[in-house]
Write a protein that binds this ligand. Structure first.
Ligand code: FAD
Length: 514
C-alpha cells in the first residue's frame, strides 16, 4: 500500500512548507504497513503523562523492511527523526518524536517462536511483542520461560532491552539485557543487521541498554529455562534498615540452590495508611498486619523483603515448607510479621496486571506518574535510607517504594547500561500514584520531590545512576555516562551519525550530514 500522511495544523507558514515536504516524502515511502491518522494522539502521550509532543505521523510497519524505508526517508530529509514506540510506558517522553515519525512497534507482525540450538532453548521474539505474551506462549506451549523478568509484563521486548529490564531474578541471572544472545536490528544508517556476541558484536552491545540510540530491535533471541508450576511467595518485615539490607544482601549472594528464586524489597510507612502503610504488606485479604509486633523503637518507615521459591506441583508440601524454613531461619525479620501464599507461576509473574486492573477501575492508571528510578551503590544506601526514605519520603509516595540489592558481576560491562561502582548496588523505584487524579499541583509537588531526592544524592556525593534516565542537557548526560560518555558518542557516530533515532531521550540533536 502506498502510504500518505495527514498533517497536524501547523504553527506557522514555514512549518506548513516543511510539513508539505514531509508529506510528499512520506507518500514516496511505499510502506507495506500503513500510516495511522486516527491514533496519532496516542503517540504524543506516555505512561508518565508529564509531556505531550505532536509527531508528524504514527507509522504501523509490517516488518523490518518498512523500518528501513522510514529511516532512509528520514535520512534524506533535513530534520526528520524516528522514534520506535514500544508500549509507551516511559515516564518522560522517551518514545516520542516532536514533529517526527513515531513507529508503532506493537503492530509489527508478532513472532514468538521457540528454537533449540547448541543444546539450549531460546525464544525468538519480535521487538514489539509484550513480555506478557512471551510468558503465555512459552509456559503454556512449551513449559519453558525466560529467566529474567520485569515486575510488570505489559512492556515490550525492545523497550526493556533498550534500558536493562530489572526484577527479582536479576540478582541471579542479570537484567534482561544479560539474557539475550542474538538480535536483528535496523540501525540509524538504515542497515538491517543480525548481531550477537560474535557476529557484529559492536552493535549488539551498543543496542543493549542503548536507550534506542543506535538501532531499532526487530527481533531478539532470549534464553529459556524450564518453567516451575508454583511459587511460594513470602514477605518479611524489618524495623531497621541495617537488618533488612544485611539479610537482603545475604540472600542475593547465596549460591543457586541455597537461596530463593526471586528477591526484592520495599519500604513502607509505619502507620495504618491503607496505601502507604501496614495494609500494603499482607499478600491476601485474609492476612492481617499485627502492628503490635512492630518494636516501639521503630522509625517513620519499615522495610519488607519479598522473596519467592519456585516448585513443581508434584513436590510434596513438606518439602517446600522445609526448603523455605531452612532459609528463613537464617534471617532476622520481626517474628510474627511473616506472610506467605502459594500461587501459580504465571499468576505470580502477572501480579502487577491485577494492580493495573484495579488502578484502571479507579482512574489512577491514566493519571500522571512522576516515577523516579535510581541505582544506588551499597556504599551509600544506608545514608540514602537516612536522608531520603526516613525524611523526604516518610509519608510514602502513594505507591510502592522498591529497594533491593543487585550484583554488578551479573551485568555485562560491554552493553550501554551504566551502573554504580562496587559489586552490590540497590535498585530504588519510587512508583508514585496520584490519588488526586492528576491535579497539576499534586504532580508538581511529586516532580519537585524527585528533584529534591536527586539533589540530595548529588550533594551528599552518593554513587548513583538514574535508571530509565532523563536529562535535559548534554551536561546531565555526560555526568550520567561518566567515563562511558566517549564510548556512547562513538557508538552514536558509528550507528546513527545523523541522530535520527529516539529523539525523545534528548541526548543528541538531529544533524543534516552524517
Ligand atoms: P517505550 O516506553 O515505548 O520505549 C522506551 C524507549 O525505548 C524509547 O526511547 C523507545 O524509542 C525505545 N524503544 C522502544 N522499542 C524499541 C525497539 N524495538 N528498539 C529500539 N528502541 C526501542 N522496568 C524494569 O526494568 N523493571 C520493571 O519491573 C518495570 N516495571 C514497570 C512497570 C510499569 C507499570 C511501567 C509503566 C514501567 C515499568 N518499567 C520497568 C519501565 C520499563 O522498562 C520502561 O518503561 C521501558 O521503556 C519499557 O516500556 P515500553 O516497552 O513501553 O517502551
Amino acid at each position: 500500500m502506498i502510504a500518505c500522511l495527514e498533517r497536524f495544523l501547523p504553527d506557522s507558514e514555514a512549518e506548513t512548507r516543511a510539513d508539505d515536504d514531509v508529506a510528499s516524502l512520506c507518500k514516496a515511502l511505499e510502506l507495506n504497513g500503513s500510516i495511522d491518522y486516527g491514533s496519532v494522539g496516542v503517540a504524543s502521550k506516555d505512561f508518565g503523562g508529564l509531556y505531550a509532543v505532536k509527531p508528524l505521523a504514527f507509522i504501523r510497519p509490517s516488518g523490518a523492511d518498512d523500518l528501513v524505508r522510514v529511516v532512509s526517508a528520514a535520512a534524506r530529509s533535513s530534520n526528520l527523526t524516528v522514534a520506535a514506540r514500544g508500549n509507551g510506558h516511559s515516564i518522560n517522553g522517551q518514545a516520542m518524536a516532536d514533529r517526527g515519525l513515531v513507529i508503532d512497534m506493537r503492530t509489527m507482525e508478532e513472532r514468538i517462536e521457540v528454537v533449540s540450538c547448541g543444546g539450549s532453548t531460546y525464544v525468538d521474539v519480535s521487538g514489539g511483542a509484550l513480555w506478557e505474551d512471551v510468558l503465555k506462549r512459552c509456559v503454556l506451549g512449551f513449559g519453558l520461560a525466560p529467566r529474567s523478568w520485569t515486575d510488570y509484563l505489559g512492556l515490550t521486548v525492545g523497550g526493556t532491552l533498550s534500558n536493562a529490564g530489572i526484577s527479582g531474578q536479576t540478582f541471579r541471572y542479570g537484567p534482561q539485557t544479560s539474557n539475550v544472545t542474538e538480535m536483528e536490528v535496523v540501525t540509524g544508517k538504515a542497515e538491517t543487521l543480525v548481531c550477537s556476541e560474535t557476529q557484529n558484536p559492536e552493535i549488539f552491545f551498543s543496542i543493549l541498554g542503548g536507550l534506542g540510540q543506535f538501532g531499532i530491535i526487530t527481533r531478539a533471541r532470549v534464553l529459556l529455562q524450564p518453567a516451575p508450576d508454583m511459587v511460594r511467595w513470602v514477605r518479611l518485615v524489618y524495623a531497621e534498615f541495617d537488618a533488612f539490607s544485611r539479610d537482603a544482601e545475604f540472600l542475593v549472594t547465596r549460591p543457586e540452590g541455597d537461596s530463593f528464586d526471586y528477591v526484592e524489597g520495599f519500604v513502607f510507612v509505619n502507620s495504618s495508611d491503607p496505601v502507604n502503610g501496614w495494609p500494603s504488606v499482607p499478600l491476601t485479604p485474609e492476612q492481617r498486619f499485627n502492628s503490635g509486633r512492630v518494636p516501639r523503637t521503630a522509625g517513620s518507615v519499615l522495610y519488607c523483603i519479598e522473596v519467592a521459591l519456585h516448585y513443581k506441583s508434584s513436590d510434596h508440601a513438606s518439602t517446600v515448607d522445609m526448603a523455605v524454613s531452612r532459609m528463613l531461619e537464617r534471617l532476622g525479620f520481626i517474628e510474627g510479621l511473616e506472610f506467605h501464599v502459594d500461587v501459580g507461576y504465571m499468576e505470580f509473574l502477572l501480579r502487577v496486571k491485577r494492580v493495573e486492573d484495579e488502578a484502571r477501575a479507579n482512574g489512577i492508571w491514566d493519571a500522571p506518574h512522576p516515577w523516579l528510578n535510581l541505582l544506588v551503590s551499597k556504599r551509600d544506601i544506608a545514608d540514602f535510607d537516612r536522608t531520603v526514605f526516613k525524611k523526604i519520603l516518610r509519608d510514602g509516595v502513594g505507591g510502592p517504594m522498591l529497594v533491593y540489592p543487585l550484583l554488578r558481576s551479573k551485568w555485562d560491562d560491554r552493553t550501554s547500561v551504566v551502573i554504580p561502582e562496587g559489586e552490590i548496588f540497590y535498585l530504588v523505584a519510587l512508583l508514585r500514584f496520584d490519588p488526586a487524579y492528576s491535579k497539576d499541583s499534586v504532580v508538581e509537588t511529586m516532580v519537585a520531590q524527585n528533584q529534591e531526592i536527586i539533589k540530595c544524592c548529588v550533594q551528599n556525593g552518593f554513587d548513583f545512576k538514574l535508571y530509565l534516565p532523563h536529562y535535559q542537557s548534554e551536561e546531565g548526560w555526560k555526568r550520567h555516562f561518566g567515563n562511558r560518555w566517549t564510548r556512547f558518542v562513538e557508538r552514536k557516530t558509528r550507528f546513527d551519525p545523523m541522530a535520527i533515532l529516539a529523539p525523545g531521550q534528548k541526548i543528541f540533536s538531529r544533524s543534516r550530514q552524517p
